[in-house]
Design a protein around this ligand. Structure first.
Ligand SMILES: Nc1ncnc2c1ncn2[C@@H]1O[C@H](COP(=O)(O)OP(=O)(O)O)[C@@H](O)[C@H]1O
Ligand SMILES: [Mg+2]
Length: 373
């Protein structure tokens, strides 16, 4: 069962024992030597020639009873201390081994629990050493695994949900037409066509996302004039802003250095941000502002719209996350826009951040570094 515990205990114990044994043998030998030469010396001084003839070799016969007794008691003490130390060594070996294998057993249990699907498993090992670090890394890994699993579940639920609504509408209308309850006039056909468009958009965004995440959608980096791209997109979005009585402006603060980027992706990012700003703003304005610092071009899309609650803010880049479901459904969003924007920004080694206040408005900031390698 606890093979490692036994092995580590035995290894430490045997090593300690062997060192101790060697020490006792050496000390014992040394004492005998020193004692022998002491006796020889004293015999030489008192016994003259007789002592000399023994050439310093210790003869038991030359030892008197008191000397033999002294040597024996010395050996006794030596073995007594040796045994105590050996016993202590055994206890220390065991605790040392336990301090290593104990956390490992805890971790082992935790790994098995995660493998069995319990992603809430957390190991508590209050240590700063390698085992403590291993436990912390394990906890971090489990946390990531859990969030990935939750995201995946939400992703599939989102797809199912997004597909169901247009399909239900199409099916009901087609049945109505077949039964003669609905007349297939132009208006009817346009509305059905809109549902098909929504499905097509969803499928396209899903495809782009999966390609981007798998690294299969290779960006075509080329030098682009970000200023003129911004003007073009703002121009293209103007009618949508006018429809809602919103002012849409574009300001380029400094002479922007050309950047290397995939033109289609950059267009898509900016367009998505502008469409969101228009969609989630009822009155006021949308400003697109471009500046740059020493390392990057910074593009901000600032609106005076409904804003986003601080609680929702960390999730708006997740798949299918919407703050207000009913509202976005009407306006035709798929809930994938910002997820795509984030992936595309990452492809450019850039980042997208957001600042928002409820009922005041939002600022989406895209940072595109000059150096993408
Ligand atoms: N400019 C904005 N102002 C307020 N809320 C926003 C803004 N942009 C995005 N959101 C919120 O973030 C959610 C996710 O955005 P997005 O991924 O583009 O999906 P959608 O298809 O719903 O637009 C939106 O449903 C909305 O609730
Ligand atoms: Mg959107």
């Amino acid at each position: 069962m606890h093979k490692l515990l036994i092995r580590v205990t035995l290894t430490v114990f045997i090593t300690t024992g062997a060192i101790l044994l060697a020490l006792i043998i050496v000390v014992n030998h040394e004492i005998a030597q020193i004692f022998a030469s002491y006796l020889t010396m004293s015999e030489m001084m008192h016994g003259g020639m007789h002592g000399m003839m023994n050439h310093g070799m210790l003869q038991p016969a030359s030892m008197g009873l008191p000397e033999q007794e002294f040597l024996r008691s010395l050996k006794h003490s030596l073995f007594f201390v040796g045994s105590i130390m050996l016993g202590l060594g055994a206890i220390i070996s065991y605790y040392l081994a336990r301090s290593i294998t104990g956390p490992m057993l805890t971790l082992n249990k935790a790994v098995k629990s995660v493998a069995a699907g319990n992603l809430d498993t957390n190991v508590i090992i209050q240590r700063k050493d390698e085992l403590g670090q291993l436990a912390a890394a394990f906890n971090e890994m489990t946390k990531k695994l859990k969030s990935t699993t939750v995201l995946r579940q939400r992703f599939f639920a989102g797809i199912a949900h997004e597909l169901r609504t247009p399909l239900t509408i199409l099916k009901a209308n087609l049945e109505g037409i077949a039964d003669g309850v609905i007349t297939p006039d132009k208006e009817q056909m346009d509305s059905l066509s809109e549902e098909v468009d929504r499905l097509t958009k969803l499928v396209e965004e899903l495809r782009d996302l999966s390609f981007l995440e798998a690294g299969q959608l290779k960006p075509e980096f080329q030098e682009i004039d970000i200023g003129s791209i911004l003007y073009q997109i703002v121009q293209k979005s103007q009618p949508l802003a006018v429809d809602k009585n919103l002012s849409l402006t574009c300001t380029i603060k400094t002479q922007l250095a050309p950047i290397k980027a995939d033109i289609t992706m950059v267009q898509q990012i900016i367009y998505n941000l502008i469409i969101n700003a228009i969609r989630y703003t009822n009155t006021g304005s949308i400003q697109v502002i471009a500046t740059q610092n020493s390392t990057s071009t910074i593009i901000e899309v600032i609106d005076t719209g409904i804003g986003i609650d601080q609680e929702d803010l960390p999730y708006i880049f997740d798949y299918f996350y919407r703050v207000d479901l009913s509202r976005t459904k009407q306006s035709g969003g798929t809930g994938l826009g910002l997820a795509l924007v984030q992936q595309m920004a990452l492809t450019h080694k850039g980042k997208i951040s957001v600042q928002s206040e409820l009922d005041k408005g939002s600022i989406f900031r895209l940072t595109l570094p000059f150096n993408i390698h």
